[in-house]
Write a protein that binds this ligand. Structure first.
Ligand SMILES: NC(=O)c1ccc[n+]([C@@H]2O[C@H](COP(=O)([O-])OP(=O)(O)OC[C@H]3O[C@@H](n4cnc5c(N)ncnc54)[C@H](OP(=O)(O)O)[C@@H]3O)[C@@H](O)[C@H]2O)c1
Length: 277
């Protein structure tokens, strides 16, 4: 396994297992430099969203990297207001224009906002037109996915969910695996709101020490070993590099069991059942 290792999605497309997240990376220099750095050291999967407000910088960095379009997997997301208003095509076209791309590798419904089934059906058409290669969802629970299954045979390729040792999501991951849906972990390091609770957890640090790695590297490696696509974010060059150095060690079964003991159901982001935005 390395930075370019991929997973085959249920639609036949390949997705790099390690992605680079840009949530809360400021539009302009911050995002531009972070993405340039990530692509330079070998990340081949970028995860942005309309609501992050940084698609322009992501697209510019991708263009300036000199990489061929097909070498980089780009995800962006349909925001809730557009789901509610049914603005699916116009929202996608606006994202494409900001990114300066003619297709998106993976387009996700960001949250299960009212209208998500209709939005999904519309996304199927946009995929058929070639504007999207793969379609998926984010923050969907079993019952949201079941609504999609009732409406169409086209199964989402991906569900992107909050996931880390405090919220390992065993049940939802098993449900997705049974349906052939790949899972992506957001806030794999606990995100900004965890204030380092996971990265600096004494058990995580003890395990990290054993391998000569950092807490962040253990958290990323843990996801890779469970077959979960993982999207760490950083705007600091050293951390961007560190977060990619996760292919030269393997957590043993004892460590995997110890990490399980951290499961306390703690969310650092919003709950898909109660989000209010
Ligand atoms: N679908 C959704 O609803 C959703 C929600 C949230 C996130 N996401 C996606 O998932 C990605 C990751 O989630 P996230 O950004 O919430 O959180 P995360 O990747 O778990 O954590 C990012 C935080 O950890 C810090 N950090 C990164 N690497 C570090 C390291 N090696 N050592 C110490 N600190 C480190 C970052 O700071 P610096 O940047 O200052 O280095 C930042 O504060 C997002 O960027 C986004 O693409 C999706």
């Amino acid at each position: 396994m390395d930075l370019k290792s991929t997973l085959k999605l249920n639609d036949g497309n390949e997705i790099p297992l390690l992605g680079f997240g840009v949530f809360r990376a400021a539009e302009g220099e911050e995002t531009y430099q972070a993405v340039i750095k990530a692509l330079d050291i070998g990340y081949r999967h970028l995860d942005t969203a309309m609501i992050y407000g940084n698609e322009v910088s992501v697209g510019k960095a991708l263009y300036d990297s000199g990489l061929k379009r097909q070498e980089v997997f780009v995800t962006t997301k349909l925001w809730n207001d557009d789901v509610r208003k049914g603005n699916i095509r116009s929202a996608l076209e606006a994202s494409l224009a900001r990114l300066k791309l003619d297709y998106i590798d993976l387009y996700l419904i960001h949250w299960p906002a009212d209208g998500y089934v209709k939005a999904y059906l519309e996304m199927i058409k946009l995929k058929e037109e070639g504007l999207i290669k793969s379609i998926g969802v984010s923050n969907f629970h079993e019952h949201h996915l079941n609504d999609i299954f009732k409406a169409t045979d086209v199964c989402p390729a991906v569900d992107q969910i909050e996931c880390h040792p405090h919220l390992p999501q065993h049940k939802l991951i098993k449900f997705c695996a049974d349906k052939g849906i790949a899972v992506e972990a957001w806030s794999p390091l606990g995100g900004q709101r965890s204030q380092g609770a996971l990265i600096n957890d004494p058990l995580i640090l003890k395990i990290a020490d054993k391998y000569g790695k950092s807490g962040a590297q253990v958290l990323i490696r843990w996801q890779l070993q469970r077959g979960v696509i993982v999207l760490p974010k950083s705007v600091h060059a050293q951390r961007i590099e560190q977060n990619a150095q996760v292919f030269d060690f393997s957590l043993d079964s004892e460590d995997l069991e110890l990490i399980e003991t951290l499961n306390n159901g703690q969310r650092y982001g919003s709950d898909p059942e109660t989000f209010d935005f």
